[in-house]
Design a protein around this ligand. Sequence first.
Ligand code: UT7
Length: 321
Amino acid sequence: MPVVITGTGSALPSNIVTNDDLATIVDTSDEWIQSRTGIKQRHFKSEGQTTSTLATEAAENAMKSAGVTAADIDLIIVGTATPDLTFPSVATMVQANLGMEKGAAFDIAAACSGFIYALSVAESMMSSGKFKRALIIGSETFSDMIDKDDRTTYVLFGDGAGAVVVENMTDEEANGSGVIGTEIYSDGRYKNDLYASGGVSFNKTTGNIVMNGREVFKHATRAMSGLVTDTLEKYNITKEDIDWLVPHQANKRIIDATAKHLGLSSDKVVLTVSEHANTSAASIPLALDVAVKDGRIQKGDTIFFEAFGAGFTWASALVKF
Ligand code: UT7
């Protein structure tokens, strides 16, 4: 059964922090941040906001855009690396916030690839017909995890959430729309190049982000090019068939390299890293919602999603919107 995206939504804290604001806290500059990453600003959560409150807001907006209510949802999957609590999952908190009394809800830990991992898992669970309608969410509050003693990571991250409603349909109802295919990969040998320095069974803290930026950059660029070639080949899609690249938003230079590999001009790439910075698992559904809301992405368009993150994990999804 085709699994179709029927609604998108997002949530961003109102507190905008510019590069110049950060330059008053750490030894950095707007010029360095923009030229190395493309980031101009990020949103940081305000008092009372958490990963689950942002996820709930994004979910409510996605349900509104799909024209459904919580009673219509039977599955929630949240990609996050910054949950409110170690447990229960953010997904069950969203379930309670939405007033749902049925269904299944759980989180996925795949760092920046979390949203595509969640979409991939949902597609497997839904295409058999076992679940009818799901909320797939990416939500993060990395402002709680950045360390002002490390300028190399402090300037890169932001908070936010994005969500989609996906629904399994008959071929007739889907009318050509649906997930064409998802690819998920990981290689744990690189776990020390990007990680949080805390955890329950390691040191009972949440820790800070530690990243070997140059190594991550190198692997991300290479993995994204490989993903483009492999995914297109596997699903027998040509570069010309792709209408939009909606990538993970970590660094404009990585995105530019992937777009070049796809042969896509910059006006076919949804770029939000300048406004949102790196929101990890939230970055793709946030970018998707921006481009759907401003009218760029239309029903029937073919979208290539791709992400790379800690683990290392990486993933792609081809979707007929
Ligand atoms: O979302 C998960 C995946 N993450 C990523 O994809 C991130 C991948 N990596 C990157 O995006 C880039 O490697 C960074 C943006 C993190 C860094 O850019 P870079 O061009 O690789 O810079 P670099 O680490 O090679 O550092 C260059 C210089 C260094 O100074 P020296 O050693 O050349 O004197 C750094 O100390 O820039 C310095 N530097 C800074 N200067 C001003 C590092 N951070 C800063 C800063 N402000 N915030």
